[in-house]
Design a protein around this ligand. Structure first.
Ligand code: PLP
Length: 414
C-alpha cells in the first residue's frame, strides 16, 4: 500500500488535533454521541473501501460491501421496534435526518396532498426537510416537558378536514428527550376520522433504549403503536464514532423502485447511491456482541446516571429534572465557564442539558458537579456574574404537564 508522505507540519497538526479531542473526551456532556464501545476489532476493515450501494437486499456487482451484515442489523432493530415480521424494509442511512427524509418521501408517495404535523420541540431538520421537499407542514405547540400537545394537534386538524395527514412524532426530543405518544396521536386522528395517514417516528437517540424497556413500561412509539417508519442514529446510543442511522419502514419499498440498476446490480431504493459499509458493519458488530441484554445494560446504566445527576443537582438546589426513561437531564443553564468546559447544549430560555450516555457514568457526573460547585463558589462572591436560573420550570421529573409553552403558528408553510 502506498503511504501518503507526511512532513513534520502535518504530524504537528495531527498531534494538536489528537490532543484537543483527547482533552475534551471526558467532558462531553451536551451532545448525544457516545464513544465508549470498543470497535477496534473492526479497524482492519478500514483498509478497504466498503460501499453498500443501493438496495440493502441486492448483492452488488462488486464484493467490497457489507450488506449481509447490514440486513442482520436492520432485522434486529425491526424486531426490537415490533415491525411486521417479513413485511418491513430498511437500510443504513447517513443519520436520522436522512431517515426523516426517507419517511417523508415515502409518506408523500402514499399521500401526495397530505399536510404534515410535527411538534415545536421536534428537531429543526423536520421543518427544513419539509421545506426542501415543498411539503406543507403545521408546527403544533409542545407541552413544558417537550411532548407534542395533543389538544393543539386536535385543534390544528379542525382547520383541514378531509386532508390526509402525515405525522412526524419524536421519540426523544433533542433538548428534553420527551416522547410523543402514538396512543394519544392516533386517538386524536381517530376522533377526526382521519383514515389516510402516515406516521414517521424520529427516534434519533432514544429509539434503541426505549425499545429495550419491558412492554408494560415502554412508551407507545413504535410499529406496535401505529408507526409506519422509524429512524434513529447509530452514532448516538451505539457509539459508532462516525455519523449514521437506520430507517425501517412497514412493507417493502413502494412499487416502481425495484428494478436493478445494471451497472451497480442493486435497485435504486435508497436516497443515497453509495452508502457507508463500515458503519453497517459497526451496527452489526454492536448487536452481535452486545445483544438485547448487553444493550439493555447500557441503557440502564445511562438512566441510572441521569437519576444520579438530577439527585446531585437538586441536592445543591440547582434546578434540574428529566423526563421518564430519559438519559437527558435538563438543568438551569450554568455559568459560561461550565458551559464551555463541559460542551453543554444550551437554549436561550435559560435551560441546558446534560446527556448521560453510556460511558458518561457517575464519576463524570461527580467531576461535573465538583466543577459547578467550584465555579459557583467563585461567582457567588460577585453574584451579578451568575445567570439567573429560570424559576418557572419544573424542578422534578414531569410526566404530562398540560400547559402549552411553545406557541408556533398553525400555518400551512409552502
Ligand atoms: C430528535 C433528533 N432528530 C434528529 C436529529 C438529527 O440526527 P442526525 O444528526 O443523525 O441526522 C437529532 C440530532 O441530535 C435529534 O436529536
Amino acid at each position: 500500500m502506498d503511504s501518503i508522505a507526511r512532513d513534520a507540519d502535518v504530524e504537528d497538526e495531527l498531534s494538536t488535533l489528537f490532543t484537543r479531542l483527547s482533552r475534551g473526551r471526558g467532558r462531553k456532556a451536551g451532545f448525544p454521541g457516545a464513544d465508549d464501545l470498543d470497535y477496534s476489532p473492526l479497524w482492519r476493515f478500514f483498509d478497504f473501501e466498503l460501499n453498500n450501494i443501493g438496495d440493502p437486499e441486492d448483492e452488488p456487482t462488486f464484493v467490497h460491501h457489507t450488506k449481509q451484515y447490514e440486513r442482520v442489523a436492520v432485522d434486529f432493530f425491526a424486531d426490537l421496534f415490533g415491525a411486521p415480521e417479513g413485511d418491513h424494509w430498511g437500510y443504513v442511512t447517513t443519520g436520522s435526518t436522512e431517515c426523516l427524509q426517507y419517511g417523508l418521501l415515502r409518506a408523500r408517495q402514499y399521500y401526495p396532498d397530505a399536510i404534515t404535523y410535527y411538534s415545536a420541540a421536534s428537531h429543526y431538520k423536520v421543518a427544513r426537510v419539509l421545506r426542501d421537499l415543498r411539503m406543507p407542514g403545521v408546527c403544533v405547540p409542545a407541552t413544558p416537558n417537550g411532548e407534542m400537545s395533543y389538544v393543539d394537534l386536535s385543534e390544528a386538524l379542525v382547520d383541514h378536514p378531509g386532508t390526509p395527514v402525515i405525522i412526524v412524532a419524536t421519540a426523544g426530543t433533542t433538548m428534553t428527550e420527551a416522547v410523543d405518544s402514538l396512543t394519544d396521536i392516533t386517538a386524536v386522528l381517530e376522533r377526526h376520522d382521519v383514515l389516510d395517514r402516515y406516521i414517521h417516528v424520529d427516534a434519533a437517540l432514544s429509539g434503541i433504549p426505549l425499545g429495550l424497556l419491558p412492554a408494560a413500561s415502554r412508551p407507545s412509539f413504535d410499529f406496535r403503536s401505529g408507526a409506519d417508519s422509524i429512524g434513529f442514529s447509530l452514532h448516538k446510543f451505539l457509539a459508532t464514532r462516525m455519523p449514521g442511522g437506520i430507517v425501517i419502514a412497514r412493507n417493502s419499498p413502494p412499487p416502481g423502485t425495484r428494478a436493478r440498476v445494471p451497472y451497480t446490480g442493486a435497485a435504486d431504493t435508497t436516497i443515497g447511491c453509495s452508502r457507508n459499509g463500515h458503519i453497517a458493519l459497526m451496527a452489526w458488530y454492536a448487536v452481535r456482541t452486545l445483544g438485547v441484554d448487553g444493550l439493555r445494560r447500557r441503557a440502564e446504566e445511562a438512566w441510572d446516571t441521569a437519576a444520579y445527576l438530577v439527585d446531585r443537582l437538586t441536592t445543591m438546589s440547582w434546578p434540574a429534572w428529566r423526563n421518564p426513561n430519559a438519559m437527558t437531564v435538563v438543568l438551569a443553564t450554568p455559568p459560561k465557564q461550565i458551559r464551555h468546559d463541559w460542551q453543554l447544549a444550551t437554549e436561550p430560555d435559560g435551560w441546558s442539558h446534560y446527556v448521560c450516555l453510556p460511558g458518561r457514568g457517575r464519576s463524570q457526573v461527580d467531576a461535573f458537579v465538583a466543577d459547578l460547585e467550584a465555579v459557583l463558589d467563585g461567582v457567588l462572591a460577585q453574584p451579578q456574574a451568575l445567570n439567573q436560573p429560570p424559576s418557572s420550570q419544573p424542578s422534578t421529573v414531569v410526566s404530562q404537564p398540560s400547559t402549552v409553552v411553545t406557541h408556533a403558528p398553525n400555518t400551512r408553510a409552502a
